[in-house]
Design a binder for this molecule. Structure first.
Ligand code: 5GP
Length: 183
């Protein structure tokens, strides 16, 4: 019998990280961030749209004063990186002299992460740390230092828990890998 997504013509996928597994990894990341920044009143900068569920879960595990801000960039069309990053929406105020944690859903080639680090570094933050739920180290074209990494993914295009394929699947509580890369 066909699944609902197959009936609608959506690509097939296999679950990679369950909701429970993700929750335990978010717990671990929160502990790491707490060790570094619990007395720093940091600003967590979420990168829209993909980081929304991750940031929502992460911030509620951090039991110390902090602020939340968002910016929006675009670097992907379908399941291919364009290599071109566009700022769709910048932060509303400067992060000068503040401790900043950039919160991303996934770092693939590193192009977007490098752009974001360059962009925020120009504002002279007190410190700048990078937290990514998923890292695809093998795909890097630009080296970027990640301070907090949830999962290391060797290959595949993943969806769910904020990650999309053609604007779909962000609402799935688990993370799945598309079969055949969604082709
Ligand atoms: P990079 O600039 O590192 O190549 O790409 C970063 C952005 O590409 C991420 O913020 C995310 O939007 C998108 N991306 C990269 N790999 C994946 C993937 O496996 N699944 C999804 N849904 N998006 C991805």
């Amino acid at each position: 019998m066909k699944t609902a997504t197959q009936t609608l013509g959506f690509p097939e996928m296999d679950e990679l990280y369950s909701a429970n597994h993700i929750a335990s990894v978010v717990d671990r990341l929160a502990q790491e961030i707490s060790l570094d920044l619990s007395n720093a009143n940091p600003i967590l900068v979420g990168v829209l749209n993909g980081s929304v569920p991750f940031l929502a879960d992460l911030m509620r595990k951090l039991q110390f004063p902090l602020e939340i801000a968002y910016l929006a960039i675009s670097s992907y069309h379908g399941n291919k990186s364009t290599g071109q990053v566009t700022m769709l929406r910048d932060l509303e105020s400067t992060v000068s002299d503040r401790h900043v944690v950039l919160v991303e859903d996934i770092v693939d080639t590193g192009t977007t992460a490098t752009y974001l680090v360059d962009h925020l570094s120009k504002q002279n933050p007190a410190s700048l740390k990078f937290c990514s739920l998923i890292s695809k180290q093998r795909q890097r074209k630009t080296e970027v230092h990640l301070d907090y990494v949830g999962f290391e993914l060797l290959e595949g295009y993943v969806v769910g828990y904020g990650l999309d394929f053609q604007h779909q699947y962000r609402n799935m509580p688990s993370i799945s890998v598309l079969k055949d890369g969604g082709i």
